[in-house]
Design a protein around this ligand. Structure first.
Ligand code: SF4
Length: 386
């Protein structure tokens, strides 16, 4: 069985905030208020799903989650709906109601290809917008309209227009963690799985030595270190990943000899330099699947550790818990209510949608490759911040 070991971060960092974690009691109460109970029928309907999460959800908690899970799965069949579940969703959502699971790139591809009439985005708002842009004829629902993102909130379409005025002819590569409005002003989008490949492609295609990569300052620095391309960026940061420090890594290595440290490229460059492996959430999952380390820490949002732990019973996960408060807005009852009431539909003006789709489609049309790992131990690269 996988072990999850929560460790406190340095004082300035965030450890698990119990108020941000909805948890079993919240689900139990929410199910009861909706008249959903753990009946023998619900048990039969959901026992096989519990097998997926038994390494991370205690059996005593399962009757709290099962009624909402059974009701959601029934409603999906009745309404021809699918749920796209991001890696940062809690395990009862990710493994038990998610039809497609993965990082932003994997979910964007699924949104473009699904035959379902309704997409429920178990993720944050910019992800739901991406799904709507790629599947404009479908109804896209976000279970909680407050599920935002510090990176997406850091920049607007008007900001991008000003950047383009200052750097005419320089291609604009935009991280998918942005609004549709920002994507609409961009030449091409990227995710952390393909950021280096997209930046290299943009430099070749525009025949330029400089590329604008916005809005994540740290991702931009990490991509600049990988590619050697001159990068112009923005001062956006992920409020979850910016908290990790190289000092955290040193302390965890001291406390847990043999620890393998995996980092997400939204982390600061000194954290990337001190890690054993770095890449997107999909790359981190693949690393654990293939290498099966005895003891590992994933420097990313902490639900990811639970979701990987559910499929890696022989690995101990050290968890310096940094929660994304926006991702944690998405709960089972929020998904249930969105499907019952068909509420929180994502609407995007057509002209914005058409231009954003062009940027996303350019990314999707690039040759499909395995999520690219970032080289670790690299010196920090300078980027020009606008
Ligand atoms: S983890 Fe960071 S990048 Fe992802 S949604 Fe939360 S704030 Fe945004």
């Amino acid at each position: 069985m996988a072990r999850i070991i929560d460790v406190p971060l340095h004082e300035a960092g965030g450890s698990c905030d119990p108020r941000a974690v909805h948890g079993a009691w919240g689900a139990l109460d929410a199910a009861a208020r909706r008249g959903l109970l753990y009946t023998p029928e619900v048990k039969v309907e959901t026992d096989h799903l519990y097998e997926r999460v038994r390494h991370v959800i205690p059996s005593i908690e399962w009757p709290a989650y099962a009624p909402l899970i059974a009701a959601i799965n029934r409603m999906k069949r009745e309404k021809n709906a699918v749920i796209l579940a991001h890696n940062y969703m809690t395990s009862e959502i990710f493994h038990c109601v998610g039809d497609f699971r993965g990082d932003s790139l994997q979910l964007a591809r699924e949104a473009a290809e699904t035959d379902a009439a309704i997409i429920v985005q178990a993720g944050v708002h910019f992800m739901a917008e991406t799904s709507k842009v790629l599947a404009p004829e479908k109804t896209v629902l976000i279970p909680d309209l407050r599920a935002g993102c510090s990176l997406a909130a850091s920049i607007t379409g008007a900001d991008v227009r000003l950047i383009k005025q200052r750097y005419p002819g320089v291609p604009v590569v935009t991280y998918v963690n942005t609004s549709a409005d920002v994507k609409a002003e961009s030449d091409v989008t990227c995710t952390s799985s393909n950021a280096a490949a997209v930046v290299e492609w943009a430099a070749r295609t525009w025949n330029t030595e400089r590329v604008i990569l916005i809005p994540d300052e740290y991702l931009a620095k990490n991509v600049a270190a990988q590619t050697g391309i001159k990068i112009i960026s923005w001062h956006g940061r992920c409020e979850v990943h910016e908290r990790f420090t190289a000092q955290d890594i040193a302390e965890m290595r001291d406390a847990h000899p043999g620890l393998v440290v995996l980092a997400h490229p939204e982390c600061p460059p000194d954290v990337m330099a001190a890690a054993d492996f770095a890449g997107s959430t999909a790359a981190l999952q693949t690393y654990v699947d293939e290498k099966r380390p005895a003891k590992v820490v994933l420097l990313t949002e902490c639900s990811m550790s639970d979701n990987v732990a559910a499929t890696a019973p022989g690995t101990d996960f050290i968890r310096p818990c940094n929660l994304c408060p926006h991702m944690k807005r998405i709960t089972l009852e929020g998904i249930y209510d969105a499907l019952v009431e068909m509420k929180h539909e994502v609407i995007i003006p057509e002209d914005v949608s058409i231009r954003a789709r062009r940027a996303i489609q350019r990314m999707l049309d690039l040759p499909k490759e395995k999520p690219r790992a970032f080289k670790v131990g690299m010196p920090e690269a300078a980027v020009e911040l606008v």
